[in-house]
Design a protein around this ligand. Structure first.
Ligand code: NAD
Ligand code: GLY
Length: 351
């Protein structure tokens, strides 16, 4: 295939990430090179499937795969156990076996759910990620974190299960709502702050950077982090910059604030906490870029509300919470502290 960037991930499962423009109709060939002929159960949502479903199914069928599809309502509200059960029943009805595969066609919601379904169906089958949002392309489709939400909190039921292929056609981003595209930039900016100050500079002016180069850079950073700490026992925690408080905001809003928008707010709060904690103050630098992208960086919740929601975050260990705070641009540190200290800091910054 022409103009395809290939990035290899060597984790408990080794796989290729293929990235290019206008490559969706060739997905069948890429799958065929890596999978024996089998049945593939596609999970997608009701916005993505009508646009891209037929292209993917036809390409797979042309290569001899048997394809079924299960389409769920779009949005975070679908990322739950009921939807998961529906998809699993679909796979059972379609006689999916251990040598068959799941394919996630969509954003992070579909990707997280399809990956989790693949991790538990028949004690684990292969799956393919086909990310169609910027957030999924740069973050959720890579690294094998899969999950669903429950009422107690976000992503509280899940598993580590690496995909067998990630196939990203960046042209699919052209049909995104601008606000969804912007959400993806929250994660891109996150990579810049935590590990790559050059990337932060490159993306600091909206609309200037080549999207394929940006996606490839983010994927490479994530690949390096996942290879160093696949099971999130140390430095993978850096990827949670803005997420502990972001998840708290998502939960408090009953998921009406989207993940990317919540992460943007969470990054600003983390920068402010960093300054209150005695680290250099990057609030202005990070806020300016986020505002230029059009993010609303205000937080509608007070310290107690955020603290209550953060207590059910899966990143809490015992009575401690680890916050990711900027030490310098492109270098953050993991700061483990008693949860009550987080409450104090939230109050100290005026929330
Ligand atoms: P999403 O999957 O809900 O997609 C956002 C919206 O865009 C949906 O309405 C969807 O239908 C629509 N859409 C998707 N692709 C489209 C396209 N090409 N054209 C038109 N519309 C399209 O949300 P998201 O922002 O992609 O992902 C957020 C989820 O990802 C959250 O649940 C979050 O927890 C999860 N996440 C997981 C990881 C991980 O490592 N597993 C990392 C970051 C985020
Ligand atoms: N998105 C956070 C992680 O993959 O660890």
């Amino acid at each position: 295939m022409n103009n395809v960037t290939k990035i290899r991930v060597n984790a408990s499962g080794c796989y290729d990430i293929l990235l290019g423009s206008g490559i969706l109709q060739e997905i069948g060939k890429a799958v065929s090179e890596r999978f024996s002929k089998c049945s593939i159960a596609i999970l997608s949502d009701d916005k993505v499937f009508p646009i891209y479903g037929e292209t993917v199914m036809e390409s797979l069928r042309n290569e001899g795969f048997t394809v079924t599809s299960y389409v769920i309502p779009n949005g975070e509200a679908s990322k739950n156990l009921d939807t998961l059960t529906g998809f699993i029943n679909h796979m059972a009805d379609a006689h999916i076996t251990r040598t068959d595969a799941v394919l996630a066609l969509g954003g992070g919601v579909v990707g997280d759910m399809a990956g989790f379904a693949a991790s538990i169906f028949l004690r684990g089958i292969k799956y393919i990620q086909v990310p169609t949002t910027l957030l999924a392309a740069v973050d959720s489709s890579v690294g094998g974190k899969t999950a669903v939400d429950i009422s107690a909190g976000k992503n509280l039921i899940g598993a580590f299960h690496q995909p067998s292929l990630v196939y990203c056609d960046s042209d699919t981003l052209q049909t995104l709502d601008p606000s969804v595209l912007r959400d993806g930039f929250a994660e891109v900016i996150k990579y810049g702050v935590i590990l790559d100050k050059d990337l932060f500079q490159v993306v600091s002016r909206p609309g200037q950077a080549d999207i394929n180069i940006v996606i490839a850079r983010c994927i490479s950073i994530k690949r390096d982090v996942v290879e160093a700490d696949e099971f999130d026992r140390g430095m993978r925690g850096l990827l949670n910059f803005g997420h502990t408080l972001g998840h708290a905001i998502e939960k408090q809003s009953n998921y009406t604030v989207t993940h990317g928008s919540a992460v943007a707010k969470g990054m600003v709060i983390a920068a402010r906490i960093g300054a209150a904690y005695g680290m250099p103050d990057y609030t202005e630098e990070i806020s300016r870029v986020l505002v230029d992208y059009g993010f609303d960086i205000t937080c509608p919740y007070n310290a107690e509300q955020l603290y209550a929601a953060a207590l059910s975050d899966k990143k809490r260990s015992g009575s401690d919470i680890t916050l990711i705070l900027p030490r310098e641009m492109g270098a953050c540190s993991l700061e483990k502290m008693p949860a009550t200290r987080v409450l104090e800091l939230l109050k100290q910054i005026g929330l």
